[in-house]
Design a protein around this ligand. Structure first.
Ligand code: HPA
Length: 247
């Protein structure tokens, strides 16, 4: 594998059991990334780490500078990006604490700066994202999970909503009819920007609540989300460390 970049999501603004090699502030032509880019080392292997919401988790999903983040990772040499994402579960087998490696997404976001090909330089480019997640990188995550006995859902459709509010029950029913298994707020435009930059990109989604109207149908509580974020922590970290320890 080339150089791995990890984009930390909610609950993962740092990665313990790793050694800090370098911290760098990378300004980009698209503005400031969410935080300093860290070079970390684990099992003799260096990789890059960028917390999507900032080090203090202060940047909401709709306000993230996705273009700057992907540009910074690419500029620093990343070839493969594994993004972490807390999600709500829609499919029956996607209850809280489930870990999933989605293979499709539907973009419900609006107004985000989502391309490097904005026409400013007179170039019109349409990237192909038939398969928005890189299958080889997905396979490596699945194999790393299997290697440590972790149960991972192979595949599923991640619906990306604008946030920061959660969804109504009717919105989730519509998303379910559309074929969504999971709902989150950050995989787009991250995935398509990564594709525009030629980076391999895969998502490790961890379910922190039943989506609105699912489960027992009650309100989605922040306490529940916080508890499940903490509950997913060990499994997510173990999987990342197993991926890094691979040859
Ligand atoms: N909806 C959207 N994004 C989310 C959710 C949700 O229920 N849970 C965690 N991220």
């Amino acid at each position: 594998m080339g150089v791995l970049g990890i984009i930390g999501g909610s609950g993962f603004s740092a990665l313990p059991d790793t050694e800090l090699v370098q911290r760098q502030w990378l300004d980009t032509p698209y503005g400031a990334p969410s935080a300093d880019l860290l070079t970390l080392r684990h099992a003799g292997r260096e990789f890059l780490f960028l917390p999507r919401h900032g080090e203090g988790h202060s940047i909401p999903p709709h306000a993230i500078n996705y273009r700057a983040n992907i540009h910074a990772l690419s500029d620093a040499g990343a070839t493969d990006v594994v993004a972490l994402g807390a999600v709500g579960g829609i499919a029956d087998d996607c209850g809280p604490l489930r870990l999933c490696i989605p293979d499709q997404l539907i973009d419900y976001t609006w107004g985000r700066l989502g391309t490097y090909y904005d026409g400013a330089d007179g170039e019109v480019v349409h990237v192909d994202i038939t398969a928005p997640f890189t299958s080889a990188l997905r396979a490596r995550l699945l194999a790393a999970g299997a290697g440590i006995g972790l149960s991972l859902r192979d595949g599923g459709t991640y619906g990306v909503t604008q946030g920061p509010r959660l969804e109504t029950a009717a919105e989730i029913r519509r998303m379910e009819r559309d074929g969504c298994d999971l709902v989150g707020m950050t995989a787009m435009p991250e995935a398509s920007l990564a594709r525009e930059r030629g980076l391999h990109y895969a998502l490790l989604a961890f379910v922190v609540n039943w989506a609105a109207g699912k489960g027992d149908g009650g309100e989605v509580g922040m306490d529940e989300i916080r508890a499940n974020l903490a509950g997913c922590g060990d499994a997510v970290r173990s999987l990342l460390l197993a991926l890094l320890a691979e040859a």
